[in-house]
Design a protein around this ligand. Structure first.
Ligand code: GLU
Length: 382
């Protein structure tokens, strides 16, 4: 018998309308043989079928293409060169998708492959396009099976980890619950493999600077995500009003285990989610530049005001009007993200100046604000 309160903990998964499940490479691909762990996949497929029978929509973000393909191509262990990982992904992805199709076929579930690039989620037009396709597939009853398009991704412009990709997808389609099935059972105050005094944290409400500090680097030997990418994913997901859970996935029936109260860390969304457009701004993964602001401006932003040129002390990076920027306080901590009303050259001239000087400095009358409050999201929680 499962104690009642344990079920209550798993409520976000039991009650979600739309669930995104991210499956890490280390779970799918057996380390010793490099083969897919098919028996385990079958148990996950039957868990998914149960969610569907309850009327829940499911999307899968599955890693494993590179791990699978490299083995098949006989590539040496160790770090792959970019062209080798692109080749490995091409070989592995087709096998991965085929295996998912086979295990989901057994439950009469239709799987639809979607390969996304970084630009597909970071450029607004392409993002809206991707969202349409995903919504249509869900409406038609299919299960989208998503991965990064590693075959065309280059080192500079790729996710590289599916934790953040899964969170961006969850945000894209307004999912209520994101489950990261991983080889760790949740968040600890320190890396539990290195520090015996590390304490497990079952519930997280808001990503504070302390929480960010708890996340070390990647610890899995097969995939590329570590706790740091999971925290980055949590920021995106909870900012979008989506619950997120980090749970161990090795055991059979990993979703049923969570429902039955297995140990995992739950990240709870804010009670007042911001608009969908602001969520997209807050989740932008590659801001084009930075604005450093003084104490007065930092306090004003936290009260919901716009960022005026007078409060900006330094401009970093090369950007155009409309690009996403990071806003940092005097200590260099990120406090907000927003879309710039000026290019970096213009911003540099306006830095520290009054809004009524703009026309004289630039020769045209632009906006009074460097970042208008409609285009700005405070990203730090205190
Ligand atoms: N996209 C990669 C793959 O399928 C996995 C990225 C990750 O490990 O998160 O191999």
């Amino acid at each position: 018998m499962v104690p009642r309160e344990r079920k209550v903990v798993a409520r976000p998964l039991l009650q979600a309308r739309r669930v995104v499940i991210k499956i890490g490479s280390a779970l799918l691909v057996e380390q010793a043989t490099g083969r897919l762990n098919r028996a385990w996949m079958e148990t996950l497929a039957s868990d998914i079928a149960r969610l569907r029978a309850r009327g829940q929509e499911v999307l899968l973000v599955s890693s494993g293409a590179i791990a699978l393909g490299r083995r098949h191509l006989g590539l040496e262990p160790g770090k792959l060169k970019l062209d080798e990982s692109q080749a490995a992904a091409a070989v592995g992805q087709i096998r991965l998708a085929h295996a998912w199709k086979e295990v989901l076929d057994q439950h009469d579930l239709t799987v639809a492959q979607i390969l996304l690039t970084f630009g597909d989620t970071e450029e607004r037009r392409r993002y809206l396009n991707g969202r349409n396709t995903l919504s249509t597939l869900l409406k038609l009853g299919a299960i989208p099976l998503i991965n990064e398009n590693d075959t065309v991704a280059t080192a500079e412009i790729r996710y590289g980890d599916n934790d953040r990709l899964a969170a961006r997808v969850a945000q894209m389609i307004s999912a209520d619950c994101l489950v990261l099935l991983s080889d760790v059972d949740g968040l600890y105050t320190a890396d539990p493999t290195k520090d015996k005094s590390a304490v497990f944290i079952p519930e997280i409400r808001g990503i504070t600077p302390e929480i960010e500090k708890m996340a070390g680097g990647a610890s899995s030997s097969v995939g590329s995500g570590g706790m740091a990418t999971k925290i980055a994913a949590a920021k995106i997901a909870i900012g979008a009003g989506c619950h997120m859970c980090v749970a161990i996935g090795h055991e059979m029936h990993p979703l049923k285990r969570i429902e039955n109260g297995a140990r995992c860390s739950w990240f709870y969304p804010a009670t007042n989610p911001v608009t969908v457009r602001k969520q997209w701004i807050a989740g932008s993964l590659k801001p084009a530049g930075e604005l450093h602001v003084d104490e007065g401006a930092a306090a004003a932003l936290k009260r919901g005001k716009s960022l005026l040129p007078a409060g900006v002390t330094r401009v970093k990076g090369k950007f155009e009007r409309g690009d996403a920027l990071l806003v940092r306080d005097v200590e260099g901590n990120e406090i907000a993200r927003g879309l710039s009303a000026y290019s970096s050259d213009e911003a540099a001239q306006l830095c520290g100046r009054k809004s009524n000087e703009i026309e004289g400095l630039l020769g045209f009358r632009g906006r009074d604000e460097m970042i208008h409050r409609d285009d700005l999201v405070v990203t730090v929680s205190e």
